[in-house]
Design a protein around this ligand. Sequence first.
Ligand SMILES: Cc1cc2nc3c(=O)[nH]c(=O)nc-3n(C[C@H](O)[C@H](O)[C@H](O)COP(=O)(O)O)c2cc1C
Length: 342
Amino acid sequence: MTQLATTYLGLELQSPLVISSNPYTIEIDQVARMAEFGAGAVILPSLFEEQLQLEDSGWDRLKLLDGRELPEGLIKIPDMQGLNKGASGYLANLYQMKKTVDIPVIASLNGTSLGGWIRYARILESAGADAIELNIYNLPIKPWVTGKELENRYLHLVEGIKNEVNIPIAVKLNPYFSSLPHTCRELFSGGANGLVLFNRFYQPDFDIDNEMAVPKIAYSDPEELLLRLRWVSLLYGQVEGDMAITGGIHSGRDLIKAIMAGAQVGMIASALLKHGVEHIRTMLDEVQTWMASKEIGDVNDLRGRMSHNRIKAPFHLVRANYMQVLDSHPKAYDPDAGIFEN
Ligand SMILES: Cc1cc2nc3c(=O)[nH]c(=O)nc-3n(C[C@H](O)[C@H](O)[C@H](O)COP(=O)(O)O)c2cc1C
């Protein structure tokens, strides 16, 4: 029998398949089913910095006012009750969830600046969170803010939250850093126990008829996994701490790739939303069947087998890949069809 148990952020997990933040993970009965089907842990939907600050300043009372009495900017801020039940609902729900399920439950905070809202990390710990995932969703739009300043902000935020709690924290990051390995190393030295790679930026679409930007959320595509595989493979062995992959994992084979690149766990949201909770078992069965076919007994023996210093043809991970990919493009031009032959 193949063994799937592992650890993440020092927590014991029944499998390396973790359910990342999504609207299902706030539902206690759904999370109980996820655990039954073999999920290693769940991450709750995020509580947002803006939401926590507004709630602190009496947002609940403001909402009771007729919408027309509020400035437009405030009306546009969603209260997020549907996604995360609001700050107090979130805490009560977390507390109940911990009493019902026996897999680790990781709370999620989403913000960018050091402020009073980070004390919620401590409150989440008291409500029973096994760890905190800090999602730093920051789009730098001021031309005078340097990369270094931004990275220092990330670091101070991690240190600030670390000071609030005794439970482990993971940082969910985007890939847009000038030296990602350096940033990752800094975050680990600042106290992060894990890094979750990578955030997807939801790009707003342009409505040309009404000349406005419109929010657009689309499920991920397995192609998105490639960026994550490459970076985790390159970072493995160079940073101290756990790495998790989020983005583009849809099948058991995708999960195997993530672990072989060097991830401690692989996370799913889109695949779960598309195929339902039963998909967890389907994916884990696929992992176990593949392991059995390769006579690998323990999933932990897969970790890092395709990291940059163990993978065959490692030059494909770095610059040589770029040159080879361009060189492999067909060169025969068909003038009748007006295309390059493939
Ligand atoms: C409907 C939906 C809601 C999400 N909500 C959150 C959230 O509250 N906080 C967060 O950090 N990520 C959130 N995510 C991002 C996912 O946790 C995940 O990182 C991302 O979708 C990439 O993984 P995937 O390819 O498995 O979907 C959400 C994703 C979806 C599709």
